[in-house]
Design a binder for this molecule. Sequence first.
Ligand SMILES: *[C@@H]1O[C@H](CO)[C@@H](O)[C@H](O)[C@H]1NC(C)=O
Ligand SMILES: *[C@@H]1O[C@H](CO)[C@@H](O)[C@H](O)[C@H]1NC(C)=O
Ligand SMILES: *[C@@H]1O[C@H](CO)[C@@H](O)[C@H](O)[C@H]1NC(C)=O
Ligand SMILES: *[C@@H]1O[C@H](CO)[C@@H](O)[C@H](O)[C@H]1NC(C)=O
Ligand SMILES: *[C@@H]1O[C@H](CO)[C@@H](O)[C@H](O)[C@H]1NC(C)=O
Ligand SMILES: *[C@@H]1O[C@H](CO)[C@@H](O)[C@H](O)[C@H]1NC(C)=O
Ligand SMILES: *[C@@H]1O[C@H](CO)[C@@H](O)[C@H](O)[C@H]1NC(C)=O
Length: 547
Amino acid sequence: MKLNSFLVGLNAVQFTALASAMPAHVRRANSSGMTYADEMFTTAIEWNDGFWDEDAGYLIAAASNDGRYDSRHSGWYATQLLARNAPGDVARAIRIFDNLISAQYLDPKWQWYGDYQGSPSQPLPGTPEYVNSIYNSWDPNIRDFVGCAWLMALNDYDHLLPAETVTKVENSLHLAAKGDLYRVGGVDGDNLYPCYSNPWLMRTILQNWVGTRLGDKNLTDTSNKFAQEFYDLWSQHKTLSEFNSPTYAGVSMWALSLWSKYGSEDSLLKKYVPEILTTTWNDVSDLYNANLRNLAGPWDRTYGYNMMEYTSLLGAVIWGAVGREYAPFPKQTSGMYHQDDFAFYPLFALSMPEMLKYLSEKSKSKFITFPGEHFFTGQAYSPPYDTYPRNITTWMSENVTIGAETVAETVVGGPAESTSAFSPAVIQWAINDYQVGCISHWVSESSIHAVASPGSLKISYPNVTASDSPVSFNFLFSGFDVRHPSFNVTGLEGLPSLALKVDTNAAADYTIVYNTDQSVNDFIFYNITYTMPEGFTEEPYISLKMV
Ligand SMILES: *[C@@H]1O[C@H](CO)[C@@H](O)[C@H](O)[C@H]1NC(C)=O
Ligand SMILES: *[C@@H]1O[C@H](CO)[C@@H](O)[C@H](O)[C@H]1NC(C)=O
Ligand SMILES: *[C@@H]1O[C@H](CO)[C@@H](O)[C@H](O)[C@H]1NC(C)=O
Ligand SMILES: *[C@@H]1O[C@H](CO)[C@@H](O)[C@H](O)[C@H]1NC(C)=O
Ligand SMILES: *[C@@H]1O[C@H](CO)[C@@H](O)[C@H](O)[C@H]1NC(C)=O
Ligand SMILES: *[C@@H]1O[C@H](CO)[C@@H](O)[C@H](O)[C@H]1NC(C)=O
Ligand SMILES: *[C@@H]1O[C@H](CO)[C@@H](O)[C@H](O)[C@H]1NC(C)=O
């Protein structure tokens, strides 16, 4: 099956004609000379415009609700406004700089030193009415998200700004960079180890650019140290530790494009980025199914189960590379799940020319045409959480993908300790021409041996015994959004367009529940659960085989 196969066929011809005529990074979206990145920039910044509140001088929060307004989105928008530079845009950007900076946390004794608020209504963290809670009352990553957006603003558009604003933003970024140095994995509840790929990559360029711009050698030296620590881990398996995440692999690629574009000339960032970014593009293209328009599993961190229904950031990367028509991106911007991240898209668009320098023609073609059945194997490693490198196995076929990883960690839910995001075993398939089904293993164990092979998925738990009871295998099935009344979903063996046979040593009488109060990442699902009998002695396993 091919989603929109008519369009795909028609435009592949036009695309190939264009492709042969121009180098990759100047590819045009259409005959008027706009690039795909230009088109993405315009679509997304206009969407952001709709959230602007002139009275407040902030963007209204799009989905997640830390308050009425969203400081991080507003910070991103400031750079976007300077890039567009339409009437009124620069004045609006200056207001945002003033607003965010006026509330930046200034006291060096605070762990959130140099950070920005999540929302302007938030009181000072660490007070009785707003207790210190990392990632809740304050988010250490906002230094990196806003800091990276603003280094782009100063590097590329400072000529549009009054000198006093330039100085103010420079000073603010200096504080953000110094505050970022407080972050040490395992200390004070922070988890920023090199395996936390996306903020680690952002912090590295933030340190490098601010250090270079302001002549702070400690920051520049630190950026090289961070780049080296990252590379030492990355080069063990040549994979991002936050592997194959539809959202965060996008953030990592964006941050790497900043290493490439804004890193200082003799830095380790510049030295390492070509290999890392080229390899990441190749992995993403190998694990992408252009028929389903989805990245196959396993997903170390996901915010959804069908990229055609939620806003991912690999969606931005692929849109920038081959256009919206082929991108894993919802057809309607209204009602997109996880729409928050669309606010980020214009910054991806601005970085696209740099990012595309590392995308080969061969990998790019896989975003348009599925190259045929293949198998992916790889390893990814997230110390100190993993007791051994995770083994990734993914079977990619025309209409079905099965992806899995073995994992033995110290926590449940992956390094981010998020059961809703960590999806170590996933099957996706074409239910029909427009619906993509997904079975995702809902994790309840920290050691999971999940392995994919052609047409099959096997999951076992090497580290549980009967004393851990109840022990179960949970699967969430979603994607049957338009259910034909004559089709009842009754279990894993009765799914639309996917004939599976279940083999397990769990009890045969599984449970199945469809509960609209229990959405995960906005998706409503059938929860199918197989439970091990009391007093079991064998290693629990379940296998799903296509028949
Ligand atoms: C994929 O689905 C299409 C119909 O959508 C069908 O024609 C084709 O045979 C399927 N391919 C495989 C390998 O099952
Ligand atoms: C090119 O794309 C832009 C952005 O989508 C659109 O505004 C413009 O009309 C398109 N031009 C042509 C000739 O299709
Ligand atoms: C210099 O950077 C290191 C991290 O590389 C940090 O621990 C130290 O506090 C910094 N020193 C100053 C004076 O900022
Ligand atoms: C992972 O794969 C490696 C290399 O193939 C192998 O040596 C190792 O035993 C595997 N580990 C697990 C837990 O499957
Ligand atoms: C799981 O069990 C194996 C074998 O007993 C052991 O080597 C390993 O450390 C255990 N892993 C965890 C995460 O408990
Ligand atoms: C679906 O379930 C309903 C209620 O149990 C039943 O009336 C109907 O016949 C079932 N349809 C099919 C196709 O089995
Ligand atoms: C699925 O059902 C099982 C068994 O009732 C439960 O433990 C698990 O939390 C459910 N998962 C979700 C995501 O609701």
